[in-house]
Design a protein around this ligand. Structure first.
Ligand SMILES: [Cu+2]
Length: 107
């Protein structure tokens, strides 16, 4: 009986103490945080309309902050939140528009 009481008291004391140590407002698990810039080659664009299609598709991706598609350089420069989007997702998005994404570089 004494032992049971001790366990109960320990549980009451330990549970709130553990919770108090969690940082408030911080995400429980964020493998990668911060903003990254991806430069992705885009093949198959011919005109401003192509640029518009790729730009619009990338802007719809959650976590994307800015998109700059250059027709002459044949590339997309995308600034995104690492915790919400990924380069893989951006590449997939470009491919889904019908254009072809090349090897990306990320800073
Ligand atoms: Cu076009």
């Amino acid at each position: 009986m004494t032992r049971l009481l001790a366990v109960l008291i320990a549980a009451l004391v330990l549970v709130p103490a553990t919770r108090a140590e969690e940082p408030k407002g911080a995400p429980a698990s964020a493998p990668a945080t911060g903003v990254a810039t991806a430069t992705i080659p885009v093949k198959g664009m011919h005109c401003g309309s192509c640029v518009g299609t790729v730009t619009a598709a990338l802007q719809k991706v959650q976590g994307v902050k800015s998109v700059e598609v250059d027709l002459e350089k044949a590339q997309a420069v995308v600034v995104f939140d690492r915790s919400k989007a990924s380069v893989k997702k951006l590449v997939k998005t470009i491919d889904a528009t019908g254009y072809h994404a090349g090897e990306p570089s990320v800073n």
